[in-house]
Design a binder for this molecule. Structure first.
Ligand SMILES: [Zn+2]
Length: 446
């Protein structure tokens, strides 16, 4: 895409969507043209000083050279870097501050970096007329193999999943009894990744309850209608969600018998049953969750405990200096060589790998454990059903893609180890105090 084309768009054609620590995202809302369905990711800088961020160049190339071959082109969002002038970024920044769309706490901290020289142009999954986008953060989809686990963690880690134990630890700080209660009915990633329709349904129901209970603050489930986040405590916002789901669900409308309680049509249980009826078949038909779980597990065959013990990293010992193996973040070239080496090793059915490659593998597994998936539901243009579309009975099209697949810092490994140890400790203490009787195990079916 030529920068002149991009710079010919008006700064007012780009509307604020979201931002993270290093980037800010704008969606194209101008007249139909080459940028319809696109978003722009802009670099930010701290108001007071510039900090060492991972450059966009690494993200974009990492996605293209490493993530794309592993996940498949269909499962990821296309991104490209476009060079832009300082003048255009200055104008964009002015339009953005005029719109006052940024949260105040963000605007007080950082701003668009008008000297970035480049922006990232990518497919926009949330915007579009009549489009509902559902974001799920699925997290860890496997239980570790027992081989490299210590005797004190082995039984626990092969019975309860990492996400469930981590959720318990976070909630137990304020209310241990409630934390256990929520575990019994709560979201377990192994349900979502199970490939079993009833278990996926159970996972969607648990995600929905957490979304409602937390008033949208739980970040494992989010909805965007026409690019705007749906908030569970705003009736108008939920009504959009409900009427969208009613329009696309295969479920019949509920019949109101005089004896039944006079539930409003937007009652949460009914909206939830619509959501389950729509999401479960889409997730079953997409290869994405299965691919993610396979990659997470195959790239992390040792568990963080095995990585520490087999590589002699001494992550369990604070008195040891950090291993030199952890001192340099992999470059893009190293990632490319690693991926090529992995393919060769697979072809030769060889299990011999050097220490550095074990680390890269673990790090990439961490990326797949922390990504989000977007289910984009877009209404089909009228008449599409007559054109021999494979899903003629449906009046919408669905796509499932993964996002947030940036490389993780290698320097975080000691933190991963420490967190893992604390999570298992908290769970173990709970089991010792109340007994394992009746505590839901993660690998169980419905
Ligand atoms: Zn679990």
């Amino acid at each position: 895409m030529a920068s002149t084309a991009l710079e010919s768009t008006s700064p007012h054609d780009w509307r604020y969507t979201a931002e993270g620590g290093a980037n800010l995202v704008l969606s194209f809302v101008g007249a139909r043209g080459p940028f319809t369905g696109k978003l722009l990711r802009l670099r930010k800088k701290k108001l007071a000083y510039a900090t060492g961020l991972i450059p966009d160049e690494v993200d974009v190339e990492f996605g293209r050279r490493i993530i794309k071959p592993l996940l498949g082109e269909e499962q990821i969002v296309d991104m490209e870097r476009v060079a832009v002038s300082k003048g255009w970024l200055v104008a964009l920044k002015a339009a953005l501050s005029g719109s006052e769309a940024r949260p105040a706490h963000r605007a007080a901290e950082d701003e668009v970096d008008e000297d970035a020289g480049v922006v990232v142009l990518a497919e926009d999954l949330v915007h579009g007329e009549g489009v509902m986008a559902i974001e799920i953060k699925p997290k860890w989809g496997f239980l570790p193999s027992a081989t490299y686990l210590s005797s004190s963690s082995r039984d626990i880690k092969t019975t309860y999943c990492r996400f469930c134990m981590h959720s318990y630890m976070k909630k137990a700080k304020s209310n241990p009894a409630l934390a256990i209660e929520e575990h019994q009915e709560g979201y377990c990633p192994l349900d979502l990744y199970s490939g079993d329709d009833r278990r996926i349904g159970r996972a969607v129901e648990a995600l929905w309850r957490a979304w409602e209970l937390s008033e949208g603050a739980a970040n494992n489930l989010r909805f965007f209608y026409e690019g705007v986040r749906v908030e569970p405590e705003e009736p108008a916002s939920v009504a959009h969600l409900h009427s969208f789901l009613t329009g696309v669900s295969p479920l019949p409308s509920p019949i109101h018998s005089p004896s039944a309680s006079p539930l409003p049509f937007t009652s949460s249980p009914y909206t939830l049953s619509l959501l389950v009826s729509i999401l479960v078949p889409i997730l079953l038909a997409s290869p994405l969750l299965a691919t993610l779980a396979t990659l997470q597990a195959s790239l992390d065959p040792l568990d963080i405990e095995g990585v520490s013990s087999q590589l002699g990293l001494h992550l369990d010992d604070d008195s040891q200096p950090p291993s030199p193996l952890l001192s340099s973040q992999p470059t893009l070239q190293e990632w490319i060589a690693w991926l090529a080496g992995r393919e060769t090793a697979e072809a030769a059915d060889s299990s011999s790998t050097d220490h550095r490659s074990v680390l890269l593998s673990y790090l990439l597994s961490a990326t797949f454990k922390d990504c989000s998936i977007f289910i984009r539901l877009a209404p089909k243009p009228k008449g599409a059903a007559l054109l021999g579309d494979a899903s003629t009975s449906l009046n919408f099209s669905a796509s499932v893609k993964a996002i947030d697949l940036d490389p993780k810092p290698l320097s975080r490994l000691p933190k991963y180890y420490d967190l893992d140890r604390r999570i298992v400790e908290a769970w173990k203490t709970m089991l010792e105090e109340r007994g394992a009787e009746g505590i839901r195990k993660c690998a169980e079916g419905v």
